[in-house]
Design a protein around this ligand. Structure first.
Ligand code: PMP
Length: 428
């Protein structure tokens, strides 16, 4: 892979920060090393000593004074080394990336970030320039719109259904380019962004055969796949579908993982995995922006993972997934009861969202942002997930993660009444 082709001019101009390179060296130095080079504050003056975290199962996780010292000091850009190693082992276990053993530019590396959103935004700022064509799953996660649209890129929507991104729509979107001269076509899309599991907002999930076809198309048209997979652990159908990372023989996948849905959203811990040529540029960007992700958040997560081990962590993710699956089932029952004949939807394959198409309502914006608020029920209007927000949307996104059974029933009853009123007034 010629990775230079994918980097924009800002990313090409980035160089490693000399002080950050020193931070890596210090991390690997023996205790006998005398250092007067780096501008680290003297941690003896930090007031924190140690922490005992009381867990919900009654146990306690201890962050002793040594670990606390490490968490409170500046550290490696790619994350606390112990956490980084743990996560690499996790990726090996879950995805067996084919390029793990490579010693070339496509060898797998990993960097810990402030949630996956931070990694995604950094990757887009590395790959894209104003005017670039970018393939995106449509409807599009509103957080992806928020980072992509200001870059001045041209979003090419690729339709999705309950099984995720549609291969026929991807082929159609690419039909104006030819694989034969793709590397000399300056306007050919360099990137495809998608959410493979529990898609936000549709709840769709890509089966393996579609993933294989999409990966082959990525090879033919030489683009990078941004695999935004924060709902990986919330796949309801078992076994889990292999990831794009596990199919990636070339090193053309950047995979974004998140602990937000399974450990905590507020700790802001996510991680990006991909070829070292691209991870290096992401790290250069981080060296110039956040320096590294909060050491305390990383230590919190590392101590938990170290205490639990991989098996217990995976068991926990299964418990979380089972919970959301049962919330989905309750929500679907309430939807059948109140919305049959008023809306259409497909059964979410994972995650926490369901995507309704309201019948006889062309534009859900006023209905959801005004009338529903007056009736004290909140949803998100479909327009928030449209690549082209100048056109009305008949869709609504609902989230089934926190509402109780009674709230689901009452909330969908209120939505049904609103749809009936809207249908009546459009007939008048
Ligand atoms: N991608 C998608 C599709 C999401 O739904 C979210 C969370 N709303 C994110 C990324 C960001 O997750 P994180 O909390 O890890 O930044």
């Amino acid at each position: 892979m010629n990775y230079l082709r994918f980097l924009n001019s800002i990313s090409r101009a980035r160089k490693p920060s000399p002080l950050r390179v020193l931070a890596e060296l210090i991390n690997k130095s023996p205790p006998t090393m005398i250092t007067m080079a780096n501008g680290y504050p003297n941690s003896d003056l930090f007031p924190f000593e140690e922490a005992n975290i009381k867990m919900k199962d009654g146990s306690t996780i201890n962050i002793d004074s040594k670990a606390m010292g490490q968490a409170l000091q500046y550290s490696s850009t790619s994350g606390l080394p112990d956490l980084n190693q743990w996560l690499l082992k996790l990726q090996d276990h879950l995805h067996q990336p084919p390029t793990r053993a490579s010693n070339g530019e496509n060898q797998i590396q990993l960097t810990v970030t402030n949630g996956s959103q931070h990694a995604l935004c950094t990757a887009c700022e590395m790959l894209l320039s104003a005017g670039d064509n970018v393939l995106v799953g449509s409807p599009l996660y509103s957080g992806a719109s928020a980072m992509l649209k200001p870059l001045g890129v041209n979003l090419i929507p690729v339709e999705t259904d309950g099984d995720g991104l549609r291969v026929d729509s991807l082929k159609k979107a690419l039909s104006k380019w030819s694989p034969d001269n793709i590397n000399s076509s300056l306007d050919a899309p360099k990137v495809l962004y998608l959410v493979p599991n529990g898609d936000n907002p549709t709840g769709g999930g890509l089966p393996l055969d579609r993933k294989r076809q999409i990966y082959e198309i990525a090879q033919q048209y030489n683009f990078i796949i941004l695999e935004d997979d924060p709902y990986y652990f919330l796949q309801f159908n078992k076994p889990k579908v292999p990831s794009f990372l596990s199919l990636d023989v070339d090193g053309r996948v950047l995979r974004f993982d998140s602990f937000s849905k399974v450990l905590s959203a507020g700790l802001r811990i996510g991680f990006v995995t991909g070829p070292q040529a691209l991870l290096q540029r992401i790290n250069y960007h981080l060296m110039a922006s956040v320096l590294h992700t909060s050491g305390m958040s990383q230590m919190f997560v590392y101590k938990l993972l170290e205490t639990w081990g991989m098996e217990r962590f995976l068991k926990h993710t299964q418990t979380v997934s089972d919970f959301y699956e049962s919330r989905r089932d309750t929500f679907l029952r309430a939807a059948e009861k109140h919305l049959t004949g008023l809306a259409e939807w497909s059964t979410p394959r994972g995650g926490m969202f369901i995507w309704f198409r309201l019948l006889g309502v062309d534009d859900t914006y006023d209905l959801i942002t005004k009338k529903a608020v007056e009736k004290e029920v909140l949803f998100v209007p479909g327009i928030s997930f449209c690549t082209d927000d100048s056109k009305p949307s008949p869709y609504v996104r609902a989230c089934y993660s926190v509402a109780t059974d009674e709230q689901m029933d009452e909330g969908l009853k209120r939505l049904a009444n609103l749809i009936i009123e809207a249908q009546k007034s459009s007939r008048q």
